[in-house]
Design a protein around this ligand. Structure first.
Ligand SMILES: [Zn+2]
Length: 247
């Protein structure tokens, strides 16, 4: 099950932006919806009303992700879109729940959440909007799968376990190759991706190894933890990738 909250007084534009991103990634004939539309629950109790201004999931009405097939006509679509749809169908049908708060243009959190945060349980819709479609699709299923059994209080060992599981799972399926995390390069080299310097715009070159050894790389332009854009690049091998990524 996919459960989404939006902790914002005007939640619909944020929900709608996320739904629009997901729908841009789906093959023809499928529509993603979140129902009901997530919102904050207002209470007449002044104490609860005060609480509603904090990020407390208990005062937020969640919505649940659903996929509707809107046509039965056979239509041509990119293979990765069909794999994305298949992954999303399994995530929605899972007996476990992946739960996220959607944020967008959030002055407090957008710079802290790099696409998603396992620890705060947030997805930055703005990052997904800026990413190349296949990059967004692979990152999103990674995020959702990784959090299927996130602990109530996330821990680093819990994250590492879930992250390794997600790397080998739906992300590799959608991308058509396995992410080689240890081979990620930055331009300029040596940017600390766990804590990127304030004010530096840099590129992150992420290689995925496809069967046969070729590399499909995602190149993201990033400022702090905000993805400004991304594109794809191809290399014959990991050696070529190491040699050819510009400094
Ligand atoms: Zn991960």
């Amino acid at each position: 099950m996919l459960r989404f909250t939006v902790n914002h007084p005007f939640p619909d534009p944020i929900t709608n932006a996320f739904v629009a991103v997901v729908n841009r990634l789906l093959p023809n004939g499928w529509r993603f919806v979140i129902s009901p539309s997530p919102r904050m629950r207002y209470s007449t109790d002044p104490f609860i009303t005060a609480l509603a201004l904090t990020r407390d999931a208990n005062v937020v009405v969640p919505g649940f992700g659903r996929l509707d097939q809107i046509t039965t006509m056979e239509q041509q679509s990119d293979a990765w879109r069909r794999r994305f749809q298949s992954a999303l169908t399994r995530l929605i049908g899972s007996s476990q729940t992946s739960s996220f708060e959607l944020i967008r243009d959030d002055p407090l959190n957008s710079d802290q959440v790099f696409v998603d945060s396992y620890f705060t349980g947030m997805i930055d819709v703005g990052d997904l909007e800026h990413m190349a479609p296949v990059d967004a699709a692979a990152a999103l299923v990674h995020t959702l799968e990784e959090s299927l059994s996130r602990e109530a209080r996330p821990t680093i060992p819990g994250f590492e376990h879930q992250h390794q599981h997600a790397l080998a799972g739906m992300e590799a399926e959608v991308m058509g190759g396995t992410r080689l995390e240890a081979e990620i390069l930055t331009r300029p080299r040596g940017v600390n991706l766990r804590d990127p310097p304030v004010g530096l715009t840099f590129e992150m070159w992420v290689p995925f190894q496809v069967p046969g050894g070729a590399i499909r790389a995602v190149v993201r332009t990033v400022r702090r933890r905000t993805v400004l854009q991304s594109r794809l690049a191809g290399f014959a091998s990991i050696e070529d990738f190491r040699r050819q990524v510009p400094r």
